[in-house]
Write a protein that binds this ligand. Structure first.
Ligand SMILES: Nc1ncnc2c1ncn2[C@@H]1O[C@H](COP(=O)(O)OP(=O)(O)OP(=O)(O)O)[C@@H](O)[C@H]1O
Length: 253
């Protein structure tokens, strides 16, 4: 641990009078792999939207590497080193895997380099292909990729932009068992060189790959701790599953 990379204080986001975030305080240390869980509507995606400049908060601060992000535009926040994925992967269907990565990498290249014809594959693109396991598929169009491979490509498209912080919104949703395991390994590997925040519902996935978990509920942080601590917390059992403690215990445990 080398200090806080992301410091959020008193964050509020309001839609038509409804507070989707209602005073969120969250600190993520540099180098952490942090999981964010919570029932539907808890505010997880809204939190990512506010950090990345898509939604403007009504109040509160978001400090990233000492810089306040509130009021900055999305592309500025990307340039400062914050990358995100969406619940549905956004890739260019007709471009090949390597072209998708190359295009994403171009966002951090100076214009004069974009205008020159490029030779060979950028180091960052090569690394992203290797880490996501897509090297063999580099020349295939993105439209032929499986659901899991598209998610990995999208993560690769973030990595080539060399972010310090990656925010991943439900990266394993809809994946097969094998794809989930591969994604867990991928996240673990990425977290060696980056700070990563992952929104995830899947308890089995959390048990395997999460160390520290933050639970959001009704726009606030309910609790934070190790997977075991969070699972044992009766408040989490009660709200996360919305049922009785016994029912919740079965599902969380
Ligand atoms: N753009 C918007 N306009 C109006 N209401 C919104 C908007 N975005 C989110 N909300 C509301 O804010 C609340 C929090 O939504 P959010 O998507 O952040 O929750 P979540 O924890 O990500 O849930 P899920 O697990 O279902 O994705 C919900 O009640 C949602 O309906």
């Amino acid at each position: 641990m080398t200090g806080a990379l992301l410091e959020i204080r008193g964050l509020r986001a309001v839609f038509d009078g409804f507070a989707a975030l209602d005073g969120v305080d969250l600190t993520v240390e540099e180098g952490e792999l942090r999981f964010l869980i919570g029932p539907n509507g808890a505010g997880k995606t809204t939190l990512i939207d506010v950090i990345t400049g898509l939604t403007r908060p009504a109040a509160g601060t978001v400090r990233f590497a000492g810089t306040d992000l509130v009021g900055r535009r999305e592309h500025e926040i990307v340039r400062l080193g914050v990358g995100r994925t969406f619940q549905t992967a956004v890739v260019f269907e007709e471009l090949t895997v390597v072209e998708n990565l190359d295009l994403a990498a171009s966002f951090r290249r100076p214009l004069w380099r974009l205008l020159r014809r490029r030779r060979g594959v950028d180091d960052a693109v090569r690394e992203a292909l290797a880490v996501t396991g897509l090297t063999e598929l580099a020349e295939r169009p993105a439209r032929v990729l499986s659901h899991g491979q598209r998610q990995w490509l999208e993560i690769g498209m973030l990595l080539v932009q060399r972010p310090r912080l990656l925010l991943l919104d439900e990266p394993v949703a809809g994946m097969s068992r094998d794809e989930r395991a591969r994604t867990g390994e991928l996240l673990t590997e990425i977290a060696r060189g980056h700070t990563v925040v992952v929104v995830e519902h899947d308890m089995e996935f959390l048990r395997r790959y999460a160390s520290r978990v933050t639970v959001l509920h009704e726009g606030r942080v309910l609790t934070e701790g190790s997977v075991d601590e969070v699972r044992a917390d009766p408040r989490v059992q009660a709200v996360y599953l919305g049922g009785t403690r016994e029912e919740a215990g079965d599902a969380v445990g």
